[in-house]
Design a binder for this molecule. Structure first.
Ligand SMILES: [Zn+2]
Length: 306
């Protein structure tokens, strides 16, 4: 039987949900350490990549689970699912991820919001943002021209005039061709907190989890945590697209955005849910779009990939 790869977006969610902790190590031995491991197909059919059929298992438990020659009673599918679900609940404060419907993860989804890199901006401003202590901002985007660099998303603290940005450097950049950096801009200068390589013409998931001392940046299947000393950063506004002046000329990032979520981790509440991939009519009926303004950008339907 040939092994089919788990689709990238689903793989990302499995890795994020498990935080690379093995459910059998955790559930049976109380060992919650991060493990080297693999994603197992629980029904042993590698063509069934529905998220309920997948679990991240450490190498030892994966080979025990897959083995058929074992003399002793092997782990059953029911046991593994039970320990996986218990672990996911314990580790994951973000129920959006559990509720993600597979069709939302389809890379061929045709509807999205288009940004021209100059005029189009999505702005979300909410007076309650600055009460957030631990939150996650996630979305799915795709470039439409790798030559245009710019800021994908900016988290702004208006009072302290500081911002976290996710910035894409053009394929023609002399130092960082096609890299994505997480940076912190403040009154005294700026710092690069994380750099990642980037499969640039694919739909890519990103997630920025911000807490008092730590920022976790997920891009596709990559993940990096950084300690940050910016305790006074309070979120006031989120911007996607537009040309943000960073002192280095115009950077007209052009991209598509299919969704953007803001999640209050501390209180386990979805603050804002912006889903563009079902089109404008569906978006207009979503309940959690408070504070969001779409300036200039418009809904488009991308041609289906061949
Ligand atoms: Zn294990």
């Amino acid at each position: 039987m040939s092994r089919k790869a788990v689709p990238k977006d689903i793989e990302t969610y499995v890795l994020i949900d498990s935080k690379r902790t093995c459910p059998l190590c955790a559930g049976i031995d109380g060992d919650y350490k991060v493990k080297l491991g693999q994603i197992a197909h629980l029904d042993k059919d590698s063509g069934n990549s529905k998220s309920d059929n997948l679990a991240f298992l450490c190498h030892m438990h994966h080979s025990m689970y897959d083995s058929t020659t074992s003399q002793s009673k092997n782990y059953t599918i029911g046991e593994v699912k039970y320990y996986r679900n218990t672990l996911t609940k314990k580790l994951n404060v973000n129920p959006i991820r559990e509720n993600i419907k597979p069709e939302r993860l389809e890379p061929s989804r045709p509807n999205c919001l288009e940004f021209d890199g100059i005029n189009d901006v999505l702005q979300i401003r909410d007076s309650d943002f600055n009460k957030l202590n631990e939150y996650s901002i996630s979305g799915t985007f795709k470039l439409y021209d790798e030559r245009y660099p710019g800021v994908l998303i900016s988290l702004d603290s208006i009072r302290t005039r500081a911002r976290f940005i996710i910035i894409y450097y053009s394929s023609e950049h002399p130092k960082y061709p096609s890299e994505i950096h997480l940076k912190y801009y403040h009154k005294k200068g700026n710092e690069t907190l994380a750099t990642m390589n980037f499969d640039k013409m694919q739909w890519t998931f990103f997630d920025l989890t911000v807490s008092e001392k730590k920022i976790k940046f997920v891009l596709g299947s990559q993940s990096l945590s950084v300690i940050h000393p910016y305790n006074d950063f309070r979120l006031d506004r989120i911007q996607v697209g537009g040309s943000i002046w960073l002192g280095g000329g115009i950077m007209p990032l052009s991209c598509f955005l299919s969704r953007l979520n803001i999640f209050n981790i501390e209180e386990d509440v979805l603050v804002t849910e912006l889903l563009f991939d079902y089109g404008e009519e569906y978006y207009n009926n979503l309940p959690n779009t408070k504070g969001a303004r779409i300036l200039g950008s418009h809904f488009i339907k991308l041609p289906k990939p061949n």
